[in-house]
Write a protein that binds this ligand. Structure first.
Ligand code: FAD
Ligand code: SF4
Length: 517
């Protein structure tokens, strides 16, 4: 078959790689090469994606395409127009069948599945896909391998210290500023009973023309997907992403450290930055974000606790989880150390629950495609862990419902940190707590029909019942972990009758939700 067009090299740009400010383009030949981008149905249906997540990706891709054209990049772009089934593989195959080219290049994809699809498509044409390091990230796979060498166990903390030294961040005379590497203990305050002071609302980005047309498209093609587009206000280009960052640094960073773990009814953002999607789609560069934040400490506009807490998340956790993903995939996605088998309760999709903490966290997730870290870890994640939901189902929910969800960051956080399915690769112990933790960190329990202090009885908090039940069921495994010793001993001190009552109440609760497999 005659090929319609000739290119020397095809530069694939994926929907979460929206920047030209990268070495990736250093050999781009404007006369002979092209950028290839495609909107495909499968990326919205592979998991049942929140409408806001779909709109964010499509709109950001279209904004980026405009920028490429403005900068005179030859661009081959496929728009999603109908219900037609399409995947990155099928679109790339179609394109390669129709165009002759010598080379195809891509930055390391953030999703193993996508990498396999691209490789397959390219190799079926007798070509080799050139996969290069994505210089949006601050640690290369080789550096992480060197870090991992001869370590019995990986821990974020030691990785983070090396990254602080490498980038000379918050360092003074070769030592960590303030004499400590990590001020995590200072980052756990809750609010007084009056709640947070007036928090400036984060800057909002109402849909422009491009986003509005994408919203119409998504409502038409994916009408039954979860989520509500009436509230869509996420940044969809680099300029707005930068405005969102400055707004956070000016108005919320100073209190970020103190209240990082706190939760409050009707306060979806509190002092959080809301920039994860901007970072993950490459609209903001992590090093620029971190350096900007460091200046706020240097200029006395924010405390070391606040700035270190923020930088740790991006320089430490974000880079660490990406490398855990790369190192342990593709096996990682199948791990299920605790053999959890139950189905995800349906209220995760329709929010029909009487547990007030879950109602708040899931409610804002369905409304905005957002919940902050402690809501994800210690409300929805904790529920699934205690309840024994199959980790793969938990993973698919998290990947679907958050605007910032990309598999490289979502999977280790969900399967590892939150569900302990990886037997401690991500976290040194399972993150478990009873309803009393949620009561301490929020005002959710004040208007809940359950009592967080009770483990049995009609008004017992399901978290508290399931917390004890979890330790009873997993006693042998947990007893081997020195960090779980106190919790196991506390359980062992419960009266035998009470233990039986807890176990039977937990089973009845699971049955009532119709999730036992
Ligand atoms: P802030 O609280 O303002 O934090 C600043 C930045 O630090 C974030 O924007 C993010 O880039 C980074 N960060 C913070 N915590 C983490 C972490 N644990 N891992 C990696 N980066 C971190 N983050 C995602 O970006 N995508 C996901 O799909 C995702 N899924 C998660 C699933 C679970 C079960 C858990 C427990 C956490 C998940 N996280 C995920 C991490 C974290 O919850 C979000 O990054 C954060 O809530 C995003 O909101 P923010 O931008 O306001 O963050
Ligand atoms: Fe959640 Fe239990 Fe508190 Fe109710 S009492 S809000 S279920 S922790």
């Amino acid at each position: 078959m005659k090929k319609t067009k000739k290119y020397s090299k095809i530069f694939i740009v994926l929907g979460d790689q929206l920047t030209c400010d990268s070495d990736f383009f250093k050999d781009f030949d404007f006369k002979n090469d092209c950028v290839w981008m495609a909107e495909v149905r499968e990326e919205s249906t592979q998991v049942w994606s929140h409408k806001s997540r779909i709109v964010l990706y499509l709109s950001a891709m279209r904004h980026f395409a405009k920028e490429l054209l403005k900068n005179k990049y030859p661009l081959e772009y496929t728009q999603l127009v109908s219900n037609q089934n399409s995947s990155l593989k099928s679109e790339l195959l179609k394109f390669l069948a129709d165009h002759s080219c010598k080379n195809v290049k891509v930055r390391k994809p953030g999703d193993h599945r996508v990498e396999m699809q691209l490789k397959d498509a390219v190799s079926s044409q007798g070509l080799v896909l050139e996969i290069v390091e994505d210089d949006h990230f601050l640690c290369t796979s080789k550096e992480f391998e060197d870090h991992s060498l001869n370590r019995k166990q990986l821990r974020m903390e030691y990785f983070y210290r090396e990254m602080r030294v490498k980038f000379d961040l918050l360092m003074k005379d070769g030592k960590p500023a303030g004499g400590e590497w990590n001020f995590d203990k200072e980052n756990r305050k809750s609010f007084s009973k009056n709640g947070p002071d007036l928090i400036p609302s984060p800057v909002s980005f109402p849909p422009d023309k491009i986003t509005s047309s994408v919203i119409q498209l998504v409502e038409k093609i994916f009408p039954d997907h979860p989520g509500d587009l009436a509230f869509f206000d996420w940044p969809v280009n680099a300029v707005d992403a930068n405005i969102a960052l400055i707004d956070f640094l000016d108005h919320r960073l100073a209190s970020y450290g103190d209240y990082q773990d706190a939760m409050w009814v009707n306060q979806p953002w509190l002092y959080h930055s809301r920039i994860a999607s901007c970072l993950n789609l490459h609209m903001l560069h992590p090093l620029a974000v971190i350096k900007d934040a460091e200046k706020y400490y240097e200029n006395g506009k924010a405390s070391l606790f606040a700035v270190e807490g923020f930088i740790r998340q991006i320089l430490g956790w974000r880079e660490y989880v990406r490398n855990v993903y790369i190192k342990f995939m593709p096996e990682y996605i199948h791990l299920n150390f605790l053999q959890a088998k139950n189905n995800l309760p349906s209220f995760f999709w329709d929010n029909n629950t009487d547990m007030h903490c879950l109602k708040c966290a899931i409610g804002q997730t369905l409304k905005h495609g957002y919940a902050h870290h402690i809501q994800r870890l210690m409300v929805t994640g904790l529920f699934c862990l205690l309840f024994g939901v199959e980790p793969k189902q938990v993973h698919e929910w998290y990947l679907a419902v958050y605007v910032d969800a990309v598999e490289w960051v979502e999977l280790p956080n969900t399967l590892g940190m939150s569900q302990y399915a990886d037997n401690g690769i991500m976290a040194s112990k399972p993150y478990i707590a009873s309803g009393k933790y949620i009561d301490r960190m929020s005002n959710y329990c004040k208007s809940c029909k359950y009592d967080p202090a009770k483990s049995v009885g009609e008004d017992a908090c399901p978290f508290t019942t399931m917390y004890w039940d979890f330790i009873i069921r997993n006693e042998k495994i947990l007893a081997k972990n020195p960090r779980m010793g106190m919790q196991v001993r506390n359980m062992q001190r419960l009266a035998p009758n009470l233990k039986l009552e807890i176990a039977s109440q937990a089973t009845a609760f699971r049955l009532s939700l119709n999730v036992l497999k």
